[in-house]
Design a protein around this ligand. Structure first.
Ligand SMILES: Cc1cc2nc3c(=O)[nH]c(=O)nc-3n(C[C@H](O)[C@H](O)[C@H](O)COP(=O)(O)OP(=O)(O)OC[C@H]3O[C@@H](n4cnc5c(N)ncnc54)[C@H](O)[C@@H]3O)c2cc1C
Length: 471
């Protein structure tokens, strides 16, 4: 079996794992990311509210609050360098009675102050002027102008792509199944589900819901992860709100919210349902009812909206009640980036920075890679577009699809093409264009033995497959 040796292997290709890969790609390191699913952003990172939180309500002093604090500084640069779709729409936590107003004043104003996040009180009139669809029962609310929305898939893909451009490698479609310490040495040997092995000086555990299982692979049992589902409704109704509308949380739940979506439409939800199964992302009638009942308290017309989609994401709830970012107590060459429950998209740049510092403290030398790129080039120009339409509903052209197949992180699936181009997302939901997309993929992709990788495409998936065949 071919053996590859790396300085750092990141396990998990969600927003946290790819953000870490990006941050490490600015140093002279041999890097690999291993993702179990056929694409990045297939876990919790693809099904969330898409809000870039300020952390105004984070518990002061926690690792989560610290990562959100660091991220607030990093997001503007990331949005610009990686051209991440991002709308700084702000949020309002809406009070509808005196008790809710008291909770805001005694809990959330002091928390925002402790976290150094700007907030201010808005009158009912001001809220309704900006957001006419909000309930007229509103008595006022807490404005959080720094809250924003973004595209989580774009962010995750862009983090991964810039790392690949800087020399990092990515294996998709094969999870890590076993970890051992190399005999007579300190290196770690990771076995993949396909039987391949890689050796690394350090590993980062960014496996989301499964990060406790990765910890068990090095014999650590200090934390466990349990799944908490959140169901959503997506509507393209033109709702008269311009900010994220938040309820005042209760003792048991943060409650459901109404939020604009970066590409248009609105998200209603999510629920918070503890469950046993980490894979269960089903939606239910009861879940939808709970979303509608919660949202209509904020926006009374909610039940009139037509729904275009419903979906669910699953949070990784950690037994420690906070992010776990530290070296494993059992195997100090494994750094955990685990238990990233509710704000991982927002906190990912700060988590990545903290993980790099933790690796350095654990003995990894970080020497700047002077050649590293910070800006993701737009490899597609409209002049190159032949204008041949493949997806009629969304007007996506053949050239756009070919371009998506040649990006640094090449999609292996139709879903991957969908998320990179928007094809299949329209009214026909792919009925007309999927066969055409398959044709374009077949024409564009190399022989899947990996003998002729596309020029300029750096994706070690093909190399690993090739390695297996040679072994
Ligand atoms: C309903 C809901 C709403 C949310 N809203 C927001 C929000 O508005 N803003 C915000 O900031 N955050 C939000 N979050 C939280 C955010 O989505 C998560 O914190 C974040 O996506 C976690 O990212 P991750 O990379 O740790 O996990 P994941 O995205 O789950 O990535 C982990 C990856 O590890 C892979 N993996 C697992 N086992 C292995 C293995 N053995 N080998 C290799 N790979 C493996 C998985 O396939 C997965 O792709 C929300 C979450 C939910 C569920």
């Amino acid at each position: 079996m071919q053996n590859h040796k790396y300085d750092v292997v990141v396990i998990g290709g969600g927003v946290v794992g790819t953000a870490i890969l990006r941050a490490l790609s600015f140093y002279q390191l041999k890097l690999l990311l291993i993702e179990k699913q056929p694409d990045v952003c297939e876990g919790t990172s693809k099904a969330n509210s898409g809000i870039v939180h300020t952390g105004f309500d984070a518990k002061p002093g926690t690792v989560e609050a610290e990562c959100l604090r660091r991220s607030r500084r990093l997001w503007p640069m990331l949005v610009e360098n990686l051209r991440i779709p991002f709308i700084p729409c702000g949020a309002v936590m809406v009070a509808t009675n005196e008790e809710e107003k008291q909770i805001i004043e005694t809990t959330y104003v002091p928390q925002a102050k402790a976290n150094d996040v700007d907030v201010y009180w808005m009158s009912a009139e001001e809220i309704l002027e900006m957001n006419p669809a909000v309930t007229t029962k509103v008595t006022g609310g807490l404005a959080v102008p720094g809250e924003a929305i973004c595209d989580p898939f774009w962010a995750t893909r862009a983090f991964g792509e810039i790392a690949v451009l800087n020399g990092a490698e990515v294996v998709l479609g094969h999870g890590v199944s076993h970890i051992e310490t190399v005999p007579d040495g300190e290196d770690l040997r990771l076995t993949l589900e396909n039987g391949g092995t890689v050796t690394t000086r350090y590993a980062v555990n960014a496996a989301g819901l499964w990060s406790d299982e990765i910890a068990r692979m090095v014999g650590e049992e200090s934390f466990s992860i349990s799944p908490r589902k959140g169901q959503f409704i997506l509507t393209e109704e033109a709702i008269s709100i311009s900010s994220i509308i938040l309820p005042v949380p209760t003792k048991t739940s943060k409650g459901v919210l109404v939020s604009p979506v970066v590409f248009g439409g609105f998200l209603l939800g999510p629920t918070a349902e503890d469950q046993e199964d980490k894979w269960d992302r089903s939606t239910s009638e009861a879940g939808m009812e709970s979303v509608l009942a919660g949202c209509e308290k904020l926006v009374p017309d909610t039940r009139q909206f037509s729904t275009i989609r419903q979906f669910a994401g699953v949070r990784a709830v950690c037994s420690e009640g906070d992010f776990v970012i530290r070296p494993s107590a059992v195997q100090p060459r494994m750094i955990h980036a685990a238990g990233i429950r509710s704000t991982g998209l927002s906190a990912s740049p700060g988590i990545a920075e903290l993980v790099a510092e933790t690796l350095q403290k654990a003995g990894l030398e970080l020497q700047a890679n002077e050649q590293a790129q910070h800006t993701l080039p737009d490899l597609f120009s409209e002049e190159q577009d032949t204008g041949e339409i493949i997806c009629l509903c969304r007007s996506i052209t053949r050239s756009e699809i070919v371009h998506s197949l040649k990006r640094p992180l090449t999609p292996q699936t139709i879903d991957g093409v969908k998320r990179r181009t928007g094809a299949t997302l329209g009214e026909c939901q792919g009925n007309c264009c999927i066969p055409k997309i398959i044709d374009v993929m077949a024409e564009t992709y190399p022989d899947q033995t990996g003998k002729q990788p596309l020029k300029g495409v750096k994706n070690s998936y093909l190399a690993v497959v090739q390695g297996e065949k040679q072994a």
